[in-house]
Ligand binder design. Structure first.
Ligand SMILES: Nc1nc2c(ncn2[C@@H]2O[C@H](COP(=O)(O)OP(=O)(O)OP(=O)(O)O)[C@@H](O)[C@H]2O)c(=O)[nH]1
Ligand SMILES: [Zn+2]
Length: 226
């Protein structure tokens, strides 16, 4: 395909900068050839096809705008984090005050989408890090969670992507994240278990040590969050 070969060539030229890691979201080589507007146009047609196949009357006042609404929502909102241009710029500051303890930001609201069913994942992320000299603005942690959540996801990968990005920004391995989330594909269809939620965790650097991990888990006191 023409667009494929063009992008593959670009990647070749980028050389080692484009090395994919196990936790990367699986993407096609031509992922960013179409503009957002072109993607919206194409997805709109596809959603229209789905609705027509289901037998819906797209001349109905309430339904006629749905293909465009869904297409815009996919590209600009719930899957907006697929585009690397939207990755938040995470400014760091010097740890001038020499704060040497763990910093925990808990109960970060997380909305994502399950990549198996395209149904919502709703929950909380809890993040901790120990500064190696850099401090990140608190809201940047919420923004990093939100960016990676705005992709089709499995919770395990989302959890790892958040930790890797913070490790990169903070220049330390000492970062941890726990996610507690409900998957609507489990809660509202299939097995329809409304009460179950899923906990995942990624502990980097010092958080692999029992006492450090324990301190973090005590701060977030998981039981109270749902
Ligand atoms: N490990 C993991 N599994 C997930 C996640 N989100 C959804 N799943 C599971 O992915 C699986 C997909 O399995 P399939 O058997 O192909 O799907 P299905 O026939 O719709 O399965 P049921 O949900 O059991 O009806 C399901 O068991 C989901 O619960 C996630 O974040 N992590
Ligand atoms: Zn699912």
């Amino acid at each position: 395909m023409k667009i494929n070969s063009t992008l593959e060539k670009q990647f070749e030229e980028m050389g080692d900068d484009h090395v994919s890691a196990a936790e990367d979201t699986p993407m096609r080589a031509d992922a960013f050839v179409l503009s957002d507007e072109e993607k919206i146009e194409r997805i709109q047609e596809n959603i229209r096809e789905v609705m027509l196949t289901l037998g819906l009357d797209l001349d109905d006042d309430s339904l006629k705008g749905t293909p465009l609404r869904v297409a815009k929502m996919y590209v600009k909102e719930i899957f907006g984090g697929l585009h690397p241009d939207r990755k938040p710029k995470s400014s760091t500051f010097d740890n001038k005050y020499k704060y040497g303890e763990m910093l925990v930001e808990k109960n970060i609201t997380l909305y994502s989408t399950c990549e198996h069913h395209l149904l919502p994942i709703v929950g909380k992320a809890h993040i901790a890090y120990i500064s190696s000299g850099n401090v990140v603005g608190l809201s940047k942690m919420n923004r990093i969670v939100d960016y990676f959540a705005k992709r089709p996801q499995v919770q395990e990968r989302l959890n790892i992507q958040i930790v890797r990005e913070l490790q990169r920004v903070l220049e330390t391995d000492d970062v941890a994240c726990v996610i507690d989330a409900k998957h609507l594909c489990v809660n509202s269809r299939g097995i329809r278990d409304i009460d179950s939620s899923t906990v995942t965790a990624e502990f980097g650097g010092k958080f692999k040590e029992e006492a450090v991990r324990r301190e973090f888990l005590d701060y977030i006191n998981l039981e109270t969050n749902f």
